[in-house]
Every structure is written in structure tokens, then in C-alpha cells.
Design a binder for this molecule. Structure first.
Ligand code: ZN
Length: 257
């Protein structure tokens, strides 16, 4: 029963996330007006707005004008349901379940928005920083051996280190190549990830993300002749990996943790 409720909750969060992903880059309110079709402007009625199910029943089309609803809507709802379900399986009903689910939900939002628009809205990263600090206060042991106290300080250190190294890299890149190489959105994403991960893991995110991005950047340059790719999804992927497997990776590197 608990599992079922969590899957439904995850899908509802995903449904709200779809609205945020669509409206944050346009700087529109996510509360008002209610969901409507961008083509015929008909409001979406409640029975056509049920996460996952409505997409299937409507076969991915608007009921009035048959405009295609992007598959992304279904994908985000399904992914969110899976995220919340997986962390429940992993941790049970604990702060770790909430912390992991919130982090992955926000990373999903950042990734999809950055791929679609090339923007990382502040609303996602600022929410992430606040959640990261809250998470550090609840689970200070995640940041190393100091099991009692110091969580917030460690979180702030990760935040400063993460945003600092990426900002500095961008600044150097701009000086050397004489063109804008890193967006401020990526710097804020690093602040958010650093708040969740602490200093060691965020340094590893910084070192790993370029390797994730490299094949895609090469492909974009060679096959599509495009100069830049969004970097946010690779920072997010590295962050997710370090959140799940940070301790074993750090031990493997012989870095005292
Ligand atoms: Zn329509």
C-alpha cells in the first residue's frame, strides 16, 4: 500500500514538474492559469489531467484539437514515480528516502529543461540549495565521519567549492578563448549539488562531468556542426552517480573519507 501511494505521489510530483519545466523558462506563474492546450487554449479538465493515465487514454493528443502532447510529459511523470519508488525500496520511509527523491527529482527537472531550452531556471537550483542545506541538517553523517553536528557547515563548504571551481573555470575559459564558455546556470547547479554532496564529492563531479559530456560534444561538433552543448545534464548525471556511489568511489581512489 505504501509503495502504491509513493508511486502515485511521485507521478503527481512529475505532473507538477512538467508545468514547471514548461513555464519557468518563460517566467510564467506555475499556479495560475491552470493547465491549457497551447494550440486551442482549451483548459485541460481534471479527468484529462491525471498523471500517466490521461496520456495513455488520450493517446498523447489534446482532446479538442488533437495537438500532439510531447512524450516528455509522460516520461517525466514515469521517471518521477520510479525515482520516489526506488528510494523507498532503498531506504524505507526515512529522511534518506526523502533526501534522495528530492535531489533526483530536481536533477530530472534541470536536465530536461536544459536539454529543451538551454536554460537552468533559478527556481530549480535555489530550491535545490535550500533542500541540500535541510538535508545536511537532517543527515550530517552523509558528509563524512562527523556523525554529530557540522552538517550545515559541510554543506556550505560543498556549495562554495562547487560553485567556486566552476565559476573560476568559466572565467578562465572566457579569458583564454575570448568567448563565453560556461553559463551562470551551471555555476548555480554546482552550488546546489555541492550543498547536497559536500566538498569531496563535488570536486569529483567537477572532474567527471566533462568525460560524460565529451562524446556528445564531439558528436555535436562532427555530425551536427554545432558549437556548444548544454553542460547541465552531465553535471546532473555525475552528481547522481556520486550521491549513490560516492563513498565506494572515494575509497577506491584512496581518498580518506
Ligand atoms: Zn488543443
Amino acid at each position: 500500500m505504501m509503495e502504491f501511494l509513493v508511486v502515485v505521489f511521485g507521478a503527481v510530483i512529475g505532473s507538477f514538474l512538467n508545468v514547471c519545466i514548461h513555464r519557468f523558462p518563460l517566467e510564467k506563474s506555475v499556479i495560475y492559469p491552470g493547465s491549457h492546450c497551447p494550440e486551442c487554449e482549451q483548459p485541460v479538465r481534471w479527468f484529462d489531467n491525471i498523471p500517466l493515465l490521461s496520456y495513455v487514454f488520450l493517446r498523447g493528443k489534446c482532446r479538442q484539437c488533437s495537438l500532439r502532447i510531447p512524450l516528455r510529459y509522460f516520461f517525466v511523470e514515469a521517471a518521477c514515480a520510479l525515482i520516489w519508488f526506488s528510494f523507498l525500496q532503498r531506504h524505507g520511509f526515512t529522511p534518506a528516502f526523502v533526501g534522495g527523491s528530492v535531489l533526483f527529482t530536481l536533477l530530472l527537472a534541470v536536465t530536461v529543461t536544459d536539454l529543451e531550452t538551454g536554460l537552468i531556471p533559478d527556481a530549480f537550483t535555489f530550491t535545490g540549495v535550500l533542500c541540500g542545506l535541510g538535508w545536511a541538517a537532517l543527515e550530517p553523517a552523509r558528509f563524512g565521519q562527523a556523525a554529530s553536528g557540522g552538517g550545515i557547515e559541510r554543506s556550505l563548504l560543498g556549495l562554495a567549492a562547487g560553485s567556486g571551481i566552476l565559476w573560476l573555470t568559466g572565467w578562465l575559459g572566457t579569458r583564454v578563448f575570448r568567448k563565453e564558455s560556461m553559463g551562470l546556470g551551471d555555476v548555480k547547479l554546482m552550488a546546489f549539488l555541492g550543498a547536497f554532496l559536500g566538498i569531496k564529492k563535488i570536486v569529483l563531479v567537477f572532474l567527471m562531468a566533462p568525460f560524460f559530456a565529451l562524446p556528445v560534444a564531439l558528436y555535436a561538433r562532427l555530425a551536427k556542426k554545432s558549437e556548444t552543448i548544454p553542460f547541465g545534464p552531465y553535471l546532473a548525471a555525475a552528481g547522481a552517480l556520486l550521491f549513490l556511489y560516492g563513498e565506494p568511489i572515494i575509497r577506491l581512489l584512496g581518498w580518506t573519507f
